[in-house]
Design a protein around this ligand. Sequence first.
Ligand SMILES: NC(=O)c1ccc[n+]([C@@H]2O[C@H](COP(=O)([O-])OP(=O)(O)OC[C@H]3O[C@@H](n4cnc5c(N)ncnc54)[C@H](OP(=O)(O)O)[C@@H]3O)[C@@H](O)[C@H]2O)c1
Length: 244
Amino acid sequence: MSSKQILPSEEIIQQYGSSLVGKTILITGVSGDSIAGELAIQLSAAKPHLLILSARAEDRIAPIVEKIKAMAPHVATKFLKMDLGDLNDIKTAVDTTLHDISKINHLACVAGIMVPPYGKTKDGFETQFGVNYLANFLLVKLLLPKVRAAGVGASITLVSSSAARTGKIDFEDIGFSDGRTYEPLTAYCQSNAAEVMFVKILAENWMVKESGPSALILVVCNHGLNHSQSLLDAELSSVSEGGT
Ligand SMILES: NC(=O)c1ccc[n+]([C@@H]2O[C@H](COP(=O)([O-])OP(=O)(O)OC[C@H]3O[C@@H](n4cnc5c(N)ncnc54)[C@H](OP(=O)(O)O)[C@@H]3O)[C@@H](O)[C@H]2O)c1
């Protein structure tokens, strides 16, 4: 296969999906129109044991659960209510909803925000830095023992973006002078660069020490362009603000 060849996800699942049979998979960012929602539906075809679907509100995952029940009635689903803009909520969600889950074979951190107007998370961080990077950092830290407990072939995937390539971390002023110098795209690139660096450092510090058959698979990826609702919203707001 050439490096430029793109396989439809259905084909990938057909070829490699047998490794997901009976597995527990946690996906963040699940909603009717998100990439994570589609991922959940497609993965259900591979007969995992349990899909843990995370969103801020249960009604966001409802249409996805309905489709999974229709397509793969034997696949169990569990709702994980978690606001990635609130570090305390992440900890509470993991402690309460996941206390009885001992192993997670695959963790897919897909939730993210793209170029919103300036805002802050509950903890006071610029929203994109907080949601796209800090939240994933904490979630991975909290769930690492459960993923490691799943053993050989377990994986953690963070969805970033090609925006990471031009991203720079402004260590002197991560929060854009409290919004005064905020540029949505620069902040998006910064948050994505932070995600990529996090996975790289995690891989270097951990995987190298733990190489061998029990090693985790750590991935940070860009899935390509998809015209999602948040991109549409960003485009509409740039049009209404006189942008292109
Ligand atoms: N779309 C693209 O073309 C593209 C390209 C490259 C990379 N990406 C990356 O791919 C990921 C997913 O993109 P997408 O197109 O699926 O975006 P999307 O349609 O906007 O979906 C984002 C998901 O993240 C959730 N989310 C946002 N803020 C959250 C928070 N504070 N707590 C919990 N969940 C939150 C949203 O929940 P709500 O429904 O509650 O808002 C939604 O389910 C993002 O990380 C993005 O950076 C996207």
